[in-house]
Design a protein around this ligand. Structure first.
Ligand code: 5GP
Length: 200
């Protein structure tokens, strides 16, 4: 260094936000897990939820687990980018601050959220990339719902009705990825995230 003018501080190109949503039981969580493991460059938002942790879940990694009162306080303080009651049971929300920070730092950020949340993000950040994950066909979704769900007939019928309604919302999305194979679908998702970044 010879006393010349200091270089201006490097401001990174802002990152791009991608929202992954889709019908109940399509396998969003599985795709998210695959991307988390195989593409460490992708930044994941950690949601807040009022539901109880499952045995294998770690607070601060899979979710921030909070009680109802704390969740409502954060809503009132405007701390969420989006929030919703999912399956009529628990509240879920995306903390705004960490997402904005990640994007400022130039990271490719991914939100894996439900359809109500995706619509709210579209209002707030229409420039984000919205990806709809769909099953290879309707019968496969029914099989997945039956496998994971209760054998109780009315409950299954309700879930299927919800899934059918959710499938219709694919037209609101920029891209559709078919979950025919976890690895293939995950790679397609990440390549969409990256190609968008290159063309904008
Ligand atoms: P689970 O309780 O099985 O982890 O997730 C249930 C549902 O909540 C999934 O459809 C998941 O995409 C959705 N979800 C997870 N986090 C959020 C969030 O921050 N906001 C919204 N709107 N949905 C979320």
């Amino acid at each position: 260094m010879t006393g010349g003018r200091a270089d201006p501080p490097q401001i990174p190109t802002p990152g791009r936000l991608t929202v992954l949503a889709g019908p109940t039981a399509v396998g969003k969580g599985t795709i998210a897990d695959y991307v988390r493991t195989h593409f460490p460059g992708v930044w994941f938002s950690v949601s807040m939820t009022t539901r109880r942790p499952r045995p294998d879940e770690v607070d601060g990694v899979h979710y921030h687990f909070v009680d109802d009162q704390e969740f409502d306080r954060l809503v009132a303080a405007g701390e969420f980018l989006e929030h919703a009651v999912v399956h009529g049971v628990a509240k879920y929300g995306t903390p705004r601050g960490p997402v904005e920070r990640a994007l400022r730092e130039g990271r490719d950020a991914l939100l894996e959220i439900d359809l109500q949340g995706a619509r709210q993000v579209k209002e707030a950040m229409p420039e984000a990339l919205f990806v709809f994950l769909e099953p290879p066909d309707w019968d496969e979704l029914v099989r997945r719902l039956v496998r994971r769900g209760t054998e109780n007939q009315p409950d299954r019928r309700r879930r299927l009705e919800t899934a059918r309604r959710e499938m219709a919302s694919r037209t609101e999305f920029d891209e559709v990825v078919v979950n025919d194979d976890v690895r293939r679908a995950s790679e397609e998702l990440v390549s969409l995230m990256r190609s968008r970044r290159a063309t904008r």
